[in-house]
Design a protein around this ligand. Structure first.
Ligand SMILES: NC(=O)c1ccc[n+]([C@@H]2O[C@H](COP(=O)([O-])OP(=O)(O)OC[C@H]3O[C@@H](n4cnc5c(N)ncnc54)[C@H](OP(=O)(O)O)[C@@H]3O)[C@@H](O)[C@H]2O)c1
Length: 93
């Protein structure tokens, strides 16, 4: 299963739409799942915040790969996310 972050906005949203159309096994991680709107009805959505590693175990459960550009927006707060990813899943960058 592929976990996609940032699905509400530009890059993550475009990727999420294409993966939905391709029929890929998916989950979207959002801070506010309700904001996904129409896309939210087409994909499993889980609440999470990449700057809060304590929210990630549940959000990433069962994921074997991740598409994310959000961490570039987090600055130094992304370090804990990268450490978490290295321990748990295969990383595509
Ligand atoms: N847009 C472009 O053309 C472009 C081109 C090249 C590179 N990039 C890079 O790609 C990255 C994403 O760009 P973008 O234009 O897609 O950004 P964006 O439109 O600002 O979207 C950011 C997304 O990240 C989510 N997000 C922010 N902080 C989060 C957090 N702590 N936990 C979980 N989700 C969080 C936001 O969700 P919320 O609704 O919860 O805020 C939103 O969905 C940036 O680093 C940008 O520099 C963008």
């Amino acid at each position: 299963m592929i976990l996609v972050t940032g699905g509400i906005e530009n890059v993550g949203g475009a990727v999420l739409e294409q993966l939905i159309d391709a029929g890929a096994p998916l989950r979207a991680l959002e801070r506010d799942p309700a904001r996904l709107g129409e896309l939210g009805g087409k994909v499993a959505v889980v609440k999470g915040d990449l700057s809060k590693p304590e929210t990630l175990d549940a959000a990433f459960a069962g994921a074997d790969s991740v598409f994310s550009t959000v961490e570039q927006l987090l600055g130094r707060r992304a370090r804990t996310f990268y450490e978490w990813l290295e321990r748990h899943v295969k990383v595509f960058q």
